[in-house]
Design a protein around this ligand. Structure first.
Ligand SMILES: Cc1cc2nc3c(=O)[nH]c(=O)nc-3n(C[C@H](O)[C@H](O)[C@H](O)COP(=O)(O)OP(=O)(O)OC[C@H]3O[C@@H](n4cnc5c(N)ncnc54)[C@H](O)[C@@H]3O)c2cc1C
Length: 485
């Protein structure tokens, strides 16, 4: 199937519903369920953009195997221009949800692309696994599937190794091998977008070394309706309110879930890696996947920052506070964040090089900087939006209030310099959903953790960033200085 439409996406979620559990009950049809329907339709709407006549060339390219048009996020970049082409696609999707769907499918599409191209890496584990990874990339691309993923083991007791818990299969592990495949048991977290077609289990980012950890080192993919798999969803943030009342939460609650594997049989052709902690720990880095994912993320965060800046400036104009220097300063601070993120993207593309698997891969330095910069600065963006809107975030009567007996007073007292009461409340509700609503709170938490623990990300940067040339330069400078003059 070439690039899917919205109705294709909905039809597949209906015929192969992921095994979701929400608020104590199973979800039979996520596309109509009160807690997941809106998000399913927002997800599906992304796919219709692939068919919008003026966007077809931005959103799709011709499949190298079928000649059909397939999603641009599956493009294997060979040149820097290809990366820019792909960026344009990321931006169309991200702008359509204002950057508030953190796990739109293009995030994992580029992961699967990079891993599929790095088939030899997985063959180093088992000669069958490389072709499996390459075939899976082609399968996902040709069927335009939406994936979720879950990298970390349950948060039981981080002072222990996963093998030391009361049950060695709390963390997801391989129980046994059979003629058909591997049987896996345990749990992973935290799968955002469980309203999708398949789950990609990639090696948990850093496993401790030792033979006792081998069973936890694995990579595979299975459909979300496979026997034995279930998703325990968090409490929904789509509370069933209208788009006017909850402009983001009613559309983009992509959901997060623990994933339980109750002796799931993974067929051999879906196994990409097992039993090798070293290979598992290096997989994201050595295949280049993490850099392509970070490149998608930078595009996404640019869209999100633009949306926050646009909301901020519209609110400032609406309540007439643009003349105050501290307000100008805070808006300027947001502009600086935006331009910094744009610069990271450009730098990552300009410095891209072809990796050992023939894939044009964005430059690591700017992307590492971006992924360490944004989680912290996002919290500040939220703070600024709160500070410039102040009580405007609180006095946001509902659509029902406008229609009720208090409507006249609301229209009189909630007007603004920049528009009538309804226009003002619509805008402030957007600002509220970006910041202090339940949806906004989850977004702030998401930004802190979605790419990993910020503490360990900085430690990793400390460990990989080569600054020897700078040390040498300074050392020479110091050595050439005569003392004490
Ligand atoms: C909203 C949300 C959505 C997410 N979506 C996804 C997703 O789609 N897919 C996915 O795979 N993951 C997802 N994640 C999970 C994310 O990858 C993890 O939250 C992140 O890697 C941190 O791991 P943890 O939550 O297990 O925290 P923990 O590892 O349990 O850390 C808890 C605290 O202990 C500290 N700590 C623990 N161990 C160490 C250590 N060894 N050294 C130093 N400090 C340590 C941490 O700094 C932190 O303060 C999501 C997370 C959130 C919050």
């Amino acid at each position: 199937m070439p690039a899917r439409t919205a109705s294709d996406v909905i039809a597949r979620l209906q015929s192969n519903p992921p095994h979701l559990w929400v608020d104590g009950a199973p979800v039979d049809d996520p596309t109509t369920h009160r807690y997941t329907a809106n998000a399913c339709h927002s997800l599906a709407a992304l796919y219709d953009l692939q068919h919008q006549p003026d966007l077809v060339d931005t959103m799709t390219f011709k499949s190298p195997t079928t000649g059909d048009r397939v999603g641009m996020s599956f493009l294997v970049p060979e040149t820097r221009e290809d990366l820019e082409r792909r960026s344009a696609m990321h931006q169309v999707w991200a702008n359509s949800h204002l950057g508030f769907m953190g796990r739109a499918p293009d995030y994992l599409n580029v992961n699967v692309m990079a891993a599929g191209m790095a088939a030899d890496y997985f063959s180093g584990n088992d000669p069958r696994f490389g072709p499996n990874m390459a075939n899976y990339f082609e399968y996902v691309r040709e069927n335009d599937l939406a994936l979720t993923h879950a990298l970390t083991n349950p948060q039981i007791d981080r002072s222990k190794r996963d093998s030391e818990h009361s049950d060695p299969y709390i963390a997801l592990g391989v129980v046994r091998e059979t003629d058909e495949g591997i049987v896996v048991r345990g749990a992973r977290m935290l799968a955002t977008l469980p309203i999708s077609d398949e789950i990609l289990i990639f090696p948990s980012t850093v496993l401790q070394r030792g033979d006792d950890m081998n069973r936890y080192a694995m990579s595979f993919a299975v459909p979300n309706d496979i026997e034995g798999l279930s998703y325990q969803c968090r409490e929904p943030l789509d509370l069933g309110r209208s788009h006017a009342d909850h402009p983001l939460g009613s559309r983009f609650d992509e959901m997060d879930a623990m994933v339980y594997f109750d002796d799931v049989l993974v067929p051999w052709d879906r196994v990409f890696l097992m039993n090798d902690v070293e290979l598992a720990n290096r997989a994201y880095g050595d295949t280049g996947a993490v850099l392509h994912m970070a490149h998608q993320v930078v595009n996404l965060k640019i869209a999100k920052t633009e949306a926050i800046l646009g909301t901020m400036q519209a609110a400032v104009d609406m309540i007439g506070t643009g003349q105050y220097p501290h307000v100008q300063e805070m808006v300027a601070e947001t502009i600086i964040v935006l331009e910094t993120m744009k610069a990271f993207r450009v730098a990552s593309e300009a410095g891209a090089t072809v990796n050992q698997y023939g894939v044009m891969t964005p430059l690591r330095g700017p992307l590492d900087a971006a992924r360490n910069f944004y989680p912290k600065v996002y919290q500040r963006l939220v703070e600024i939006l709160r500070l410039v809107t102040s009580s405007g975030l609180i006095m946001i009567p509902t659509a029902a209030d406008f229609d009720g007996p208090m409507g006249e007073s609301i229209n009189k007292y909630l007007g603004s310099a920049g528009g009538d009461a309804e226009t003002r409340v619509r805008l402030m509700r957007l600002a509220w959903d970006m910041t202090i609503s339940g949806f906004g709170g989850r977004q702030a938490h998401y930004e802190n953790f979605f790419f990993g623990d910020p503490v360990r990300m900085r430690q990793a940067l400390y460990n990989v960033y080569d600054r020897s040339a700078y040390v040498d330069r300074v050392t020479k400078f110091v050595d050439n200085t005569t003392w004490p003059n």
